[in-house]
Design a protein around this ligand. Structure first.
Ligand SMILES: *[C@@H]1O[C@H](CO)[C@@H](O)[C@H](O)[C@H]1NC(C)=O
Ligand SMILES: *[C@@H]1O[C@H](CO)[C@@H](O)[C@H](O)[C@H]1NC(C)=O
Ligand SMILES: *[C@@H]1O[C@H](CO)[C@@H](O)[C@H](O)[C@H]1NC(C)=O
Length: 442
């Protein structure tokens, strides 16, 4: 299927924005469960429409696959039985990401669609007159290649920071350069005052035709501003971390530094909230601390939303002693250690087929195993509808992408497969710094 046409999409988004309150009943128990976890239900929530990204560049998932394939090509002469680089063609597939987008206000102007991303911390929007680069060869290409939505006009509403630049590369291979400055940023009717953000002038990026940038919802350690105005001189020596949106939201008193996600494959049931949890019915929460990371320089800080996992259990098996995993709203499938991914995919009926070192295909009508990720001593059930991605089947094919793939050390990810049909809360108040998860009951 071709990408959604822009006018059609905007129209359906407009309808969605007018849609009503997510839930009215069951709220007493939902509120009690939230209160027990130190959370409150907020009216500052916003719908999260889903949009398909075309094949090509995209964040974590695509990139890692790209790297794997390149590696495979380089090693092509060596036998590598468990990494067959064949077969992906019957998955229309493989590179189709589905991502969630939302409207974000910058200054007093019209809002932009942006991708809320817990896997990065810089908020940026692309500026009129920007240069689109081919990410592999670095030469200038037509802006249609980057395929952004509406471009930002003018300058920083709160002034530019003269001696800083944004220089960010995503795991996907996308990269950007731009100026840094300030502006009031409005999300779900909360205005975060004087937030540092970037206007991007150089982009090697695979867009979706609708969104104009990324809303970086990660933590301070991941921010990527550098002193000076020469990107080629940027490195760890001139890196200056700054307060990302969620931190400023708390520090300014605009709202509690809490993000809530109630994501669903059904976009009429998908919400993001700020300052509390969205009003969708949910059960008891389990909590787990966010882990700090350490740079090669020895500096310790919060970077990703990295958490410890007690166990993963599925119909017929389980795994313990797992490495930490990152909770990333910007990655479509879960990426487990390879043996775990292989065992879970073998538990589909009929069993899945490994397509390459990262992904498995399964019959679109297979029966998936019941999967629990045990966090903070409690199982968090993955919804069966997230275990098989029907939109990835090639025309006429009954092969679909499995929701369970394999990651690499340092980038094991709980993506949308995990986050759908639960309430996922990122509570980054200084005295909390924890993630909380509850099963949705609506
Ligand atoms: C947004 O917030 C203001 C107060 O901060 C309130 O008056 C207004 O009703 C809110 N709008 C919506 C759509 O919730
Ligand atoms: C900064 O940007 C330049 C130009 O895009 C790039 O060559 C360089 O690798 C980037 N440096 C860092 C630290 O991201
Ligand atoms: C995990 O698997 C082992 C055998 O592999 C089994 O003995 C154990 O009971 C399982 N634990 C759970 C919680 O399923």
């Amino acid at each position: 299927m071709a990408r959604l046409a822009l006018p059609a999409l905007l129209c359906s988004l407009a309808l969605r924005l007018a849609a009503g309150i997510p839930v009215a009943d069951q709220l007493a128990s939902t509120r009690n469960h939230a209160a027990a976890a130190g959370l409150s239900i907020t009216s500052n929530y916003h719908p999260l429409p889903r949009i398909q990204r075309p094949p090509g560049l995209s964040r974590t998932f695509d990139v890692l696959r790209q790297q794997q394939r390149q590696k495979h090509r380089l090693l092509a002469s060596e036998a590598d039985d468990d990494d067959p680089a064949v077969g992906v063609d019957h998955l229309r597939a493989e590179l189709h990401q589905v991502e969630y987008i939302m409207q974000v206000g910058i200054g007093a102007g019209e809002p932009y669609y942006m991708i809320p991303d817990t896997g990065s911390s810089d908020t940026w929007v692309v500026r009129e007159g920007y240069t689109c680069l081919d990410p592999y060869y670095g030469q200038e290409v037509a802006p249609e290649v980057c395929d952004f939505g509406p471009l930002f006009r003018g300058d920083f509403p709160g002034g530019r920071i003269e001696d800083q630049n944004l220089n960010i590369s995503y795991l996907s291979g996308d990269y950007l350069n731009g100026d840094m400055g300030f502006g009031d940023i409005t999300v779900a009717n909360i205005t975060v005052p004087s937030q540092q953000f970037a206007l991007v002038d150089v982009a090697a990026f695979g867009g979706d035709g609708v969104s104009s940038g990324i809303l970086g919802l990660g933590l301070r350690g991941l921010t990527a501003a550098f002193t000076g105005n020469d990107p080629s001189a940027d490195g760890l020596d001139n890196l200056v971390n700054y307060a990302p949106l969620v931190e400023t939201m708390g520090a300014s008193g605009a709202a509690a530094p809490v993000l809530g996600f109630a994501m669903s494959r059904d976009e009429a049931r998908s919400w993001i909230s700020f300052g509390g949890v969205p009003p969708v019915a949910a059960g008891e929460y389990t909590s787990v601390p966010i882990q700090k990371g350490t740079l090669t320089t020895g500096k310790t800080d919060y970077f990703y939303y990295s958490i410890g996992i007690d166990a993963v259990t599925w119909t017929g098996g389980n795994a313990t002693n797992l490495p930490s995993m990152l909770v990333d709203s910007g990655t479509t499938i879960n990426l487990f250690p390879r043996e775990v991914a292989a065992a879970i995919n073998a538990a589909y009926d009929p069993p899945g087929t490994q397509e390459d070192s990262m992904v498995w295909s399964v019959a679109c009508d297979a029966v998936p195993p019941e999967l629990d990720v045990v966090i903070g001593g409690k199982p968090v059930r993955t919804h069966p509808s997230s275990m098989i991605l029907p939109e990835t089947a090639a025309e006429g094919s009954n092969r679909c992408l499995s929701g369970i793939g394999a990651g690499q050390p340092g980038s094991y990810i709980l993506g949308d497969t995990f986050m759908q049909e639960i309430v996922a809360v990122f509570d980054v108040a200084e005295d909390r710094m924890e993630l909380k998860f509850a099963q949705r009951t609506d």
